[in-house]
Design a protein around this ligand. Structure first.
Ligand code: ADP
Ligand code: MG
Length: 694
């Protein structure tokens, strides 16, 4: 497999002195070579450099280290197998308590054993106790560590001790030299690389724990800068390389096909749509490949803009591929495109994984012969065996929903030049991200924004309702549906388990069927077969079902203008961007629409704040900004939802000033220090595909 695929190798690369099982777990963390450990940095630290007498430790808040001799150990089999043992020193005694104890633990923790344990001490039923402390047997007088103990991100079955050992080895054996010229460090007030890294892996006692925890420490800032710089370098290199490549020039001609499509759609473009359409039309006329991101809030009308771009390519005699992340969405897009292009006699093929083999082959043949000028589908469009006769434009809807690997594979496919020419690429996303962030994070793309909704929309009225008032909500749903409206009922999100998520959807559906006799209630969830899902959606779209119970699969793109009521259960569990996207499913017709956010009291402060933001704001950009501010450190949901390339250490909001510095530094380095660029990218993006590395 070439390293351009952006996929983890099936067999982990050799890690000297490490078992295959451990190597596999390391690979799960993205650690494939010994020196990858350098940049696998601790989440936090434990201070195990001080031993406290037990009596004093009991009065000390937070994590402490104590040492004592086991005076009593006891295993209770019920209700859960539990080991309790008492350790004593000259000053006092505490209990150590372990649930689901291993036999080996039990054999070690016997009276007379000397134990060093660290953890938090809490008052318990039988006096002060430590639950599941970290512990080991020690000889009297065993020295304490002289550094803070790092706690690394890990995965099941991979012990901290192993990561600590490998990190220490990496610090000894790997290249820690600075990739950046001293002048650049001085200019931006940055600390050198090696001391930063050494400090982060093994801070001395007395290191400023707060600054390490909130990542404002200069060592963290250096690492964050490096990461942002690598990202900027990669994107800029890509952008620069693009101008040297060639794409098919697609003249706008007389634009009669576009006019026919628009006439078939039956509405006038909004000013915002017309503006971005013109930008795209100009891009397509040029021989430099377009790579444009079209951003527009849910319901802003991106589909017609995509169709007009497609019309330009088709009229010039080329083919267009339109890809959506789910069959549901692809199917809907196919229906729209087929309707809009039918009058002009343009064939729109449909290709998805669920298609029976015979039909799939037929579609593939139409695409290969060029008979189908447009093909709409899922990522099946870019799988093996699908070859376009003359693809000139690829459109990716809801691009942030594609996995990173799919996106990379797609880009490679699309930009793989045929006869020296490649396809233009239009990506669309409904997740607005704040402007500065877009600039920084999409430095390799051009960005167009549809910043106004089509006319005739009535804003969605949002209500917050406690789950205790579920009965009233049911009545509301019944009344609305009796009056001819349709409603969505979104099941609570259960992130921990897909099986539970499914069960909840099925249960909710059954309950609502019972509670709403006389209403036709449909169900869609992520585990349905594509055909089932399409059938359920189709029935709702045609108005055969009035209420649709759904998991968050309906979050993106589904368009049913007659649906004017949405109920979201356990809204407090959902992210801001997600709530905004869900709410965007209603308010698409002229009728007054409502969104009822049901929550389970009591609300935590963050959940309360989130709900307040969704309640008060309808502006996707504002919501995205607040989302970034509200998410906790290390929580990646926001980044994932906005489709940003994942950053491990830097936070584009917290580190906004570093981001700007990195953007400036990237330009300087690309112009004047190509060797430094190469070394920096080799350190930070060793697995990046070739195009990313410029
Ligand atoms: P999204 O940007 O979320 O993909 P869609 O393209 O699905 O939005 O458009 C949402 C709805 O708005 C569709 O029903 C579409 O037909 C309608 N629409 C789009 N543009 C206009 C317009 N200029 N005037 C009136 N309705 C429009
Ligand atoms: Mg859409």
């Amino acid at each position: 497999m070439s390293r351009n695929e952006g996929v983890a190798p099936a067999v982990p690369a050799a890690f000297p002195g490490v078992s295959e099982g451990v190597a596999r777990r390391l690979a799960l963390l993205g650690l494939r070579r010994p020196c990858d450990l350098l940049l696998h940095l601790p989440l936090r630290y434990e201070d195990e450099t001080r031993l406290r007498p037990i009596a004093q430790a009991q009065r000390t808040p937070g994590s402490v280290v104590v040492e004592g001799v086991v005076s009593r150990a006891e295993v209770r089999p019920r209700p859960r197998r539990m080991l309790t043992c008492t350790i004593e020193d000259d000053s006092g005694a505490i209990q150590l308590r372990f649930v689901n104890v291993h036999p080996a633990q039990q054999r070690s923790l016997v009276p007379g054993a000397r134990v060093r344990a660290s953890g938090e001490i809490r008052p318990g039923l039988l006096g002060a106790e430590m639950i599941h402390p970290r512990w080991r047997l020690v000889a009297p007088g065993t020295p304490l560590p002289d550094r803070l103990t790092p706690v690394y991100p890990t995965t099941a079955g991979l012990a901290q001790a192993v990561l600590q050992r490998l990190a220490t080895r990496a610090l000894e054996g790997c290249d820690l030299s600075d990739t950046l010229p001293p002048a650049l460090l001085a200019r931006w007030g940055l600390q050198a690389f090696e001391p930063s890294l050494r400090l982060l892996h093994a801070p001395p006692p007395g290191a400023p724990l707060q600054a390490l925890a909130d990542r404002s420490h200069p060592a963290w800032r250096r690492i964050a800068f490096d990461e942002l710089l690598a990202q900027q370098l990669a994107m800029r290199a890509h952008r620069r390389a693009r101008s040297a490549r060639r794409a098919f020039a697609l003249p706008t001609g007389r634009g009669s096909l576009a006019a026919q499509v628009l006439a078939a759609a039956g509405f006038m473009l909004t000013e915002a749509q017309a503006r971005v359409s013109a930008q795209i039309a100009r891009d397509l006329e040029r021989t430099e490949p377009m790579q444009r991101l079209l951003q527009g809030d849910v319901g802003s009308g991106k589909t017609i803009v995509a169709a007009l771009a497609a019309a330009q390519a088709v009229e010039a005699g080329y083919q267009v591929a339109v890809m959506a992340p789910t069959e549901l969405l692809a199917e809907q897009t196919h229906r729209k495109f087929a309707g809009w292009f039918a009058g002009a006699g343009v064939e729109v093929a449909w290709l998805a994984g669920s298609l029976p083999r015979r039909q799939r082959e037929a579609a593939t043949a139409r695409i290969a012969s060029g008979g189908a000028a447009i093909a709409v589908g899922t990522h099946a469009l870019f799988q093996q065996g699908v070859a376009f006769a003359r693809l000139a434009l690829a459109i990716v809807d809801e691009q942030h929903r594609f996995g990173v690997n799919q996106r990379l594979a797609l880009r490679e496919k699309v930009t793989a030049a045929s006869a020296g020419q490649e396809a233009h690429l239009l990506m669309m996303s409904a997740t607005p991200i704040p402007r500065t962030l877009a600039m920084a994070c999409y430095a390799d793309l051009d960005v167009s924004v549809i910043d106004a909704l089509p006319p005739g929309r009535t804003p969605v009225a949002t209500r917050l309702v406690s789950a205790a008032r579920r009965e009233e909500v049911i009545v509301r749903v019944r009344d609305a549906c009796r009056q001819g409206a349709q409603a969505y009922w979104v099941c609570p999100l259960i992130e921990e388990s897909e099986a539970l998520q499914l069960q909840t959807a099925v249960d909710t559906h059954a309950a609502l069927v019972a509670e709403l006799p006389g209403l036709a209630v449909g169900l869609v969830h992520g585990r349905q077969k594509p055909a089932e899902k399409a059938a359920a959606m189709g029935a709702f779209q045609r108005g055969e079902t009035q209420l649709l119970v759904a998991t968050t699969v309906i979050e993106v793109g589904v368009d049913v203008p007659n649906a004017s009521l949405m109920v979201i259960e356990h809204a407090e569990r959902m992210g801001l961007a997600q709530l905004h996207q869900l709410r965007g499913r209603v308010g698409r017709g002229a009728a007054q629409s409502s969104c009822i956010l049901m929550y389970q009291p009591p609300l935590g402060p963050i959940a309360r704040e989130r709900l307040r933001v969704v309640y008060e704001s309808r502006d996707g950009f504002e919501i995205a900004q607040r989302d970034l501010e509200l998410r906790g450190p290390g929580e990646l949901t926001g980044a994932r939802q906005s489709g940003l390339p994942l950053l491990r250490f830097a936070d584009p909001v917290r580190d906004a000033s570093l981001l700007e510095a990195a953007a400036g530094a990237a330009d300087t380095l690309l112009d004047h220090a190509p060797a430094a660029v190469e070394r920096h990218l080799a350190r930070w993006l060793p697995d990046a595909p070739a195009w990313l590395r410029g």
